[in-house]
Design a protein around this ligand. Structure first.
Ligand code: ANZ
Ligand code: ZN
Length: 829
């Protein structure tokens, strides 16, 4: 980074001056003023940062600048705006640092928060800092615990000993959402499975609403799609198969009931409860060995399509309810216990996994779907062919070999078979979701303690609300025990307590909440951050919520954004919030790459430090540059040359302000012709900047301001009426410079409280008009002309147009009628 940029305006003195002014005058304090009607209130939110030791990176100010410009624009247009900032302060890095150095995570976290706050403040954002939240502060996490108790009371939190994703390096359990490609999302270590006692939140109870309510949200489609896929709704049928020689039946889930006639074998997941019952004596040894091997694999390894299929025959047979066919029951780990019923009917002709399995174990394959309608033909497939199928076809088609259903298109066959199965009493229409309940406990220290105790007599007892916050005690060693217990388990005098119900001896829950807990509801705490009797007062929630615009990175598409929607819906059901959804509009900012077009990383040495930029170019240059790089949502590389260009623009504004200011009208000062041109450009600029700022198209707004400033820079004398509107608009983008220029214009008070300039529509019209040329009333051509061009001149142009000449050939022109700025009609005979 340039050590000495030589920026030619005193940003070093202007920027701290106005930051101090804003703080001293509480310029951006948001107040619930009832005189603003509901449609004149806006809640604009940034995804709050995790205060890492590295400090701010250039991606943070990208979103923060965008929302800040938008907020300033809204305020200047008469809106009451809530724009807060805070810190997502629980998390593993502080704890890992404590393990290494012994420094308490609260000490590191406080230092990091202070550093972040200073950095953020140096960029001149218009936050109401009185509303700052810190999720690791007991005044905050008291309410996180309180909401957990509500979930518990509603039966949405339960304890279970279950095999979970376990990161051997972080020594903690992980939620499904925290596992990427079989590895820990945080450290990249391969995730294994471990059975431990867990607290689990029943997010699946909200699956349908989490899916349905996406429709009403103004969110990027890719994010909605990611949530839809994650929730993974599928429609099908549960079908019951009798087991030959057993009283128990086997229930399977299928999304293809239309393929029932093609089931040639069944598969149980190794964990299925029927495995032990139905395995025949001669298969016991083989099945036992297979179960041991499967237990060691992760779900991902088991379901990976590319992996070779493994399995073992149970010795038992099921009876296909549609035709009485006896088909073998296998045990294979490509069927997961956690989905559907943990058992399937296998249709190798139309399911690739089943196909691979059937080929590997030489099981029969029966085609029951044809790609061609009855009577049609196609290579390799014809109606009724049951042998020699060379490939598996998963696509829809027409039923074949399917009894009474033969000939039906797939979609119709699905419905008919389901109805028939239901009528016969061996199945029912079923909806399944991929979404799993949320593993909510972590075996770590630096998180919210779960406010429950385990009593020998009363079982699990929630702490009374009056005992909140349940404070995180100090520990001697932060190192996780690795046994599945958190470091809290070692503090006996904290663990041993009395039962709030019976007063007998009891033990505290030693798991803590996951990193996502605090961020599930922080946007509500900003509404009423100091409230000691509620997480937020109802009237304040009613005043501001929901969040009108939420800006942040796309990496939270399923984690934070799904979890917080879930909590919000629970609070909604309790009557504690006023809307079904927390974030009405979402915008994802694009990633800023290094100058080499690669992701910024320490090891590549392409990291840009915002502090360096602020030091050499000023905060305003940094802000305007990040918005000028390209559309907010796209990924784009950092280019120092672009930053230099932007700082030239700000220097030019400074230079314009040094010109002699005149109170004369533009016409008086510049003469009619130049005045008219500049006034038109001014109004066009106001229109474009207003529209683009309102639609978050900041880069094009900036270029329009550049165009206009270039023209003003040419003037010897500066008419106030041409200059002031630009200063007002610039102030949203480069607020320190904006305030200084506003003050130079003789105004007192912050420019952020002034009114945004307005444009006159007629002055934004282009000087050129489109004129249509007609022959006998039919449009034959078009041309552009300067507005006000004389009728005679228009007639001359029209009569020479190629599109017109074609129609004049061999005709006599009888009359020509011209309407100024609009049309020329040529009448011929
Ligand atoms: C028969 C069949 C025939 C199937 C066919 C597919 C195609 P989605 O869409 O993801 O919901 N399945 C059901 N439970 C399973 C489990 N626990 N583990 C692994 N696979 C399971 O997938 C549903 C389909 O996946 C079901 O429909 C079942 O195979 C399989 F031509 O049943 B299908
Ligand atoms: Zn008790």
């Amino acid at each position: 980074m340039a050590k000495k940029a030589g920026v030619k305006y005193p940003f070093e003195t202007i920027e701290p001056k106005w930051q101090k002014y804003w703080a001293d005058h509480q310029t951006f304090k948001a107040v619930e003023d009832p005189s603003f009607p509901k449609d004149k209130r806006r809640y604009v939110l940034d995804m709050f940062p995790y205060p890492s030791a590295q400090g701010l990176h250039v991606g943070h100010p990208e979103g923060y600048t965008a929302t800040d410009i938008y907020c300033r624009y809204l305020r200047m247009n008469g809106y009451n705006v809530l724009h807060p900032m805070g810190f997502d302060a629980f998390g593993l890095p502080a704890e890992n640092y404590a393990i290494k150095t012994g420094t308490h995570p609260s000490v590191t976290t406080a230092a990091n928060i202070n550093h972040f706050r200073t950095q953020i403040k140096s960029l001149g954002f218009s936050y109401d800092w009185d509303r700052e939240v810190d999720t690791s502060n007991e005044k905050y996490y008291r309410w996180t615990q309180w909401i957990f108790l509500k979930l518990f009371e509603k039966g949405l939190a339960y304890e279970a000993e279950s095999p979970i994703n376990w990161c051997p390096s972080c020594k903690t359990g992980l939620a499904n959402e925290e596992v990427k490609d079989g590895c820990c999302d945080r450290c990249g270590t391969k995730v294994s499975r471990k059975r431990i006692r867990q607290w689990i939140l029943k997010i699946t109870a909200y699956a349908e609403r989490l899916l349905d309510d996406l429709d009403g949200l103004d969110w990027p489609e890719p994010v909605k799609l990611m949530q839809r896929n994650w929730i993974g709704r599928s429609e099908g049928a549960n079908v019951i198969f009798k087991i030959d020689g057993h009283s128990e039946a086997l229930e399977i889930y299928t999304t293809r009931p239309d393929t029932l006639f093609g089931a040639t074998y069944m598969v149980l997941s190794p964990e299925h409860s029927l495995v032990e019952k139905i395995t025949t004596p001669d298969q016991k040894a083989a099945v036992g060995a297979y179960l041991d091997a499967a237990a060691k694999k992760s779900d991902l390894e088991r379901t990976d399509l590319a992996k070779e299929k493994t399995g073992v025959f149970s010795g038992a047979y099921a009876v296909n309810p549609v035709n009485g066919a006896k088909i073998p029951i296998w045990i294979a780990d490509y069927v997961l216990i956690s989905y559907g019923t943990g058992a399937i009917m296998a249709v190798p002709a139309h399911d690739e996994r089943d196909w691979d399995f059937a080929k590997a174990f030489n099981l029969p394959i029966i085609q029951v779907v044809s790609p061609v309608p009855p009577g049609g033909e196609s290579a390799g497939f014809s109606d009724g062919n049951t042998e020699g199928i060379s490939t598996c076809t998963v696509a829809d088609g027409w039923s074949v070999n399917s009894g009474d259903f033969t000939g039906l298109p797939t979609t119709e066959a699905k419905e008919k078979v389901t109805a028939w199965v239901e009528a016969q009493g061996f199945g029912k229409k079923t909806v399944n979701y991929k979404l799993r309940d949320w593993i909510f406990s972590r075996q770590r220290y630096w998180g919210e303690p779960i406010p429950l105790v385990h009593c020998e007599h009363c079982g699990i007892v929630p702490l009374p609300e009056t005992e909140l916050p349940l404070r995180l005690p100090d520990v001697q060693s932060y190192t996780p025990t690795g046994t599945g217990e958190s470091p809290l388990a070692g503090i006996t005098d904290w663990v041993n307590t009395t039962c709030p119900v019976c007063g007998g001896p009891a033990k505290r829950e030693t798991n803590t909440m996951p990193q996502w807990a605090g961020s599930c509801w922080y946007y509500l705490r900003y509404l009423d951050p100091d409230n000691d009797t509620a997480f937020a007062a109802k009237d304040k929630i009613d005043y501001w919520a929901p969040v009108d615009l939420y800006v942040g990175g796309v990496e939270h598409a399923v984690l934070h954004l799904l979890y917080s929607r879930f909590w919000h819906k629970v609070l909604y059901d309790l009557g504690l919030v006023n809307t079904k959804e927390p974030f009405q509009r979402l915008v994802n900012q694009g990633m800023i790459l290094g100058e080499d077009n690669l992701k910024m990383s320490k090891s590549r040495g392409n990291v840009i430090n915002p502090d360096d930029i602020v030091k050499s170019f000023g905060a305003d240059s940094m802000r305007v540059y990040e918005m000028f790089m390209g559309p907010l949502e796209v990924t784009k590389p950092w280019l120092t040359a672009g930053l230099v260009g932007v700082s030239r623009f700000l220097e030019r504004l400074w230079a314009i302000a040094e010109k002699p200011l005149t109170e004369k009208s533009p016409t008086e000062a510049l003469g009619a012709e130049q005045a008219e041109e500049l006034v038109r450009l001014q109004h066009k600029t106001i229109k474009k900047v207003s529209r683009d700022t309102g639609s978050l198209d900041f880069n094009t707004a900036i270029s329009q301001m550049m165009v206009y400033s270039n023209e003003l820079a040419k003037l010897a004398e500066l008419p106030r009426s041409l200059w002031e509107p630009l200063v007002l608009m610039v102030s949203a983008y480069a607020p320190h410079l904006g305030e200084e220029l506003w003050e130079k214009l003789g105004h007192s008070g912050s420019v952020s409280k002034a009114a945004w300039p307005v444009w006159e529509e007629k002055l934004t019209a282009d000087n050129e008009v489109t004129v249509v040329a007609q022959v006998n009333g039919k449009i034959r051509d078009k041309f552009t002309a300067a507005a006000g061009t004389s009728k005679e001149e228009l007639e001359k142009i029209a009569l020479a147009l190629p599109g017109v000449l074609k129609w004049l050939d061999g005709q006599t022109v009888v009359k020509v009628i011209a309407v100024q700025d609009k049309l020329v009609n040529i009448v011929v005979k």
